[in-house]
Each structure stands twice: as structure tokens, then as C-alpha cells.
Design a protein around this ligand. Structure first.
Ligand code: SF4
Length: 210
């Protein structure tokens, strides 16, 4: 939840932007029930209920099964953007949605130092801006290419290539290793982009590719 002047927003979690008909119906019913002024698909492929009064937030979060208070430090990635991939897009080389499902479930060895955003694109067109995410995956004809340390904010950074030609299993395992290395070596609140700038990624590559 983010305070915005005198109103609030609520972000239900639907990673990779996938929504079933039942979830769409539930969201529509809740938007009507709470008279929500604006419902928006965010850049992160999530749904935002905007302009809520404070009293309605608790009840709505309860209905959505969202925890109260500030989010705890996470040992999982913050969110995942994924494109339709080869299942639904004619340009796709790899299955972006399946990979998103697997990475979403990854549990690191402890809390991560800062938010980790993941962008998974089924081909080099990179519709999910993989180069600009903490963890970027892009599908190529021979497998996945993994990048680390991208960021699209005030000081943008293109991620560094860690490996390519990865199978789905190899990509998931490498993401887990890279994020565990990052959690061990980075100070609290240091995003991957600043971490990669300060230390370079050679140490990370040595640690995770050996
Ligand atoms: S990144 Fe490639 S596979 Fe994914 S939606 Fe864009 S064009 Fe299609």
C-alpha cells in the first residue's frame, strides 16, 4: 500500500500479469463494491486499485487475502513481468510464462537486500524490458540469456550478461545462485544495479558459474 496525498492504493499480486476469468470477476466485483475511483494495469503488469479511502483499504485487503502492515523483507523476488512467450507469440523462442512461474516460487537462503524485479521476454525483442531489470531473461533460439543488475529508474543501467544458451532448469538455478550471492555480498537497500556498478559482475560470475 502506498500513501498518495489522502488516498491509498492496493496492489493485489498477480505475477506475470496472468488472470483467470474467476480472478477478473472477483476484481470487477470488488471495484464495484468499494466504489473504487480508478482501476489500472501498472507498468509492472499488476492491477492497482487507486484513490481508495483509508477505511476501505483494510476490508479490501482482507477480501484479497493480502497481509496487513508493511511488507516483510522478502527472500523471494519482488515481482515478475513476463511476456506471452512462445506459447502465445509467433516471435517467441522460449516459454516465458512457465519460467516466470518457476522463478516466482524460488526461495532464496534469506531476505534479499533490496527489491528484485524480474523481466522475462520470450525473444530478443525484449517486450518485458529484460535489460532494465535486476534479473533479466530473454529467450534466444538456443536457450535463455541471463542478465543481472539492470535498472530503469533515476540512474538507469543496462544489465550485464551472466550467461546464455541456458536451458530452463539452468536458468532457474543460475537465478537462485546469483541472488544468493547478491544477498551475501550486498549491503542492505543496495539494488543490484548499484551493487554491479561498485563491485563489477566478475566476482558474481566466478561464484555462480564455477
Ligand atoms: S518479447 Fe518476443 S515473444 Fe515476447 S511478446 Fe515480445 S515479441 Fe513476443
Amino acid at each position: 500500500m502506498t500513501e498518495n496525498l489522502k488516498t491509498y492504493l492496493v496492489l493485489p499480486h498477480y505475477d506475470a500479469g496472468l488472470l483467470s476469468p474467476e480472478e477478473l470477476e472477483q476484481l470487477a466485483a470488488l471495484a464495484r463494491k468499494y466504489n473504487i475511483p480508478a482501476t489500472k494495469i501498472t507498468g509492472a503488469q499488476r492491477i492497482a486499485f487507486l484513490g481508495m479511502e483509508e477505511e476501505a483499504v483494510v476490508a479490501l485487503k482482507d477480501e484479497l487475502g493480502l497481509p496487513e502492515g508493511k511488507p516483510e523483507q522478502r527472500s523471494r523476488v519482488h515481482y515478475i513481468q513476463a511476456c506471452p512467450g512462445k506459447t502465445w507469440c509467433k516471435y517467441g523462442h522460449q516459454d516465458a510464462l512457465s519460467l516466470a512461474e518457476r522463478i516466482k516460487k524460488l526461495e532464496m537462503d534469506g531476505p534479499l537486500p533490496a527489491k528484485v524485479k524480474v523481466g522475462i521476454s520470450g525473444c530478443r525483442f525484449c517486450c518485458c524490458e529484460s535489460w532494465m531489470r535486476d534479473i533479466g531473461l530473454a529467450g534466444e533460439s538456443k536457450g535463455w540469456r541471463l542478465t543481472f543488475g539492470g535498472n530503469a529508474a533515476g540512474r538507469p543501467r543496462i544489465g550485464d550478461i551472466i550467461a546464455d544458451r541456458l536451458s530452463g532448469d539452468e536458468a532457474v538455478e543460475l537465478v537462485r545462485k546469483a541472488l544468493n550471492y547478491y544477498r551475501q555480498e550486498a549491503t542492505s537497500k543496495t539494488r543490484t544495479a548499484r551493487f554491479a556498478e561498485r563491485l563489477g559482475v566478475e566476482g558474481l560470475k566466478k561464484a555462480v558459474l564455477g
